[in-house]
Design a protein around this ligand. Structure first.
Ligand code: DAH
Length: 360
């Protein structure tokens, strides 16, 4: 057959059109559609490509127009048939083959749960939120100024030795107050908050802290604290006692009693340690409370005027003659260990699913 004669050309393309239509009619799966596509419009072996190479390109110049028009019509037909087949989606038979078998057992997805440390922190936050406290946070890499100096631990003060500090290396060129360290407590956020907002303040500060302590059953070099700060006019030690007594009852149950012992923190004066009646023996005396009936749980006190003086450098409203306040700080791990009966602090950080699953 030659393509010189229009009659032959018409026959050839009519034949091809028939073939395309027949091939497109039986496309029942996405695989068949893909094969059809490869067969006709495949870049290397496709029929259209072959047609173009064998007929169109080698045709004499006078015949190219005629052939080209027919070729383009065929190409458009192939493309529209392909579009139709692809858009139609799989046939009923194909759908049935791929259908979901609802009698098969499903894939069980594990429910996530709050980590016991997060849970305890959130519980504490909720207790204080009900008393009108909001939440504050601050950086874990802190300056010497916020962690110590502004909390009334002057350079060289022996109280610094109670918090064995991890410092960032190679900072000798900086002044001491600007040197960076891993915060040893959440107390520096007290100062950061006071610098940002004038009194009154009621705030709880949950967060991670670091100390260069050897790990054992009750110590970890990384642990968590919840700090509290309340500043207003006429805040007294009675407010502190009432607030913490309420919080401990909310946390451990209404039968828990609290008592306050004199203590020392540089940033509070007077300072106190808070003990709660032993939750394991209800105060009768047991191994957990070393037969005393009481368990020491947190530190607190009235904010030292020297701390207000540091805050007043940025916010003059912290005039210790006009305002007063209390602060407190507690270890989250210690509380979580008591609440959930955990005897080794390391369990919180092990990632052991057998431990964590108990809290789902
Ligand atoms: N920052 C203290 C510590 O880490 C805990 C503490 C005690 C915080 C008394 C306070 C407080 O705000 O008033 O040991």
């Amino acid at each position: 057959m030659t393509t010189d004669e229009p009659q032959n050309l018409d026959n050839l393309f009519a034949q091809l059109e028939l073939e395309v239509r027949q091939a497109a009619a039986g496309l029942s799966s996405s695989e068949a559609v893909e094969n059809f596509r490869l067969d006709w419009v495949g870049r290397k072996q496709g029929r259209l490509k072959q047609l173009s190479d064998q007929w169109l390109k080698s045709a004499p110049v006078e015949a190219r127009r005629e052939i080209g028009q027919r070729f383009n019509a065929l190409k458009t037909l192939v493309e529209s048939l392909l579009e139709e087949a692809a858009g139609a989606g799989p046939s009923d038979a194909a759908l049935a083959a791929e259908a979901l078998d609802v009698t098969l057992p499903g894939t069980r997805r594990l429910m996530g749960a709050e980590h016991p440390i997060t849970r305890t922190m959130n519980e504490l936050i909720a207790i204080f939120a009900a008393l009108g406290y909001s939440v504050g946070v601050g950086p874990e890499v802190e300056t010497d100024y916020y962690n110590f100096e502004s909390m009334n631990f002057p350079p060289g003060h022996p109280a610094r030795d109670t918090q064995d500090t991890l410092v960032i290396a190679n900072q000798e060129r900086r002044s001491l107050r600007d040197r960076l360290l891993l915060r040893t407590h959440t107390s520096p956020v007290q100062m950061r908050t006071m610098e940002q907002q004038p009194p009154p303040i009621r705030i709880v500060i949950p967060g991670k802290v670091h100390r260069n302590d050897a790990a054992d059953a009750t110590h970890s070099p990384v642990f968590h604290q919840v700090e509290g700060l309340c500043v207003d006019t006429n805040i007294t030690f009675s407010d502190l006692k009432g607030t913490l007594d309420y919080a401990m009852k909310a946390l451990f149950g209404s039968s828990v009693k609290t008592r306050f012992f004199p203590s020392f923190f540089p940033f509070t004066e007077p300072s106190a340690d808070v003990q709660i009646s032993c939750i394991f023996c209800a105060g009768k005396g047991c191994r957990k409370c070393k037969h005393s009936g009481w368990i020491e749980l947190l530190g607190c006190g009235m904010v030292d005027p020297a701390v207000f003086a540091f805050a007043a450098e940025k916010q003059p409203a912290y005039d210790p003659k006009k305002i007063s306040g209390f602060a407190f700080g507690m270890g989250v791990e210690r509380i979580a260990m008591m609440k959930y009966g955990v005897s080794d602090i390391g369990q919180f950080y092990s990632g052991d699913m057998r431990f964590l699953e108990q809290f789902v």
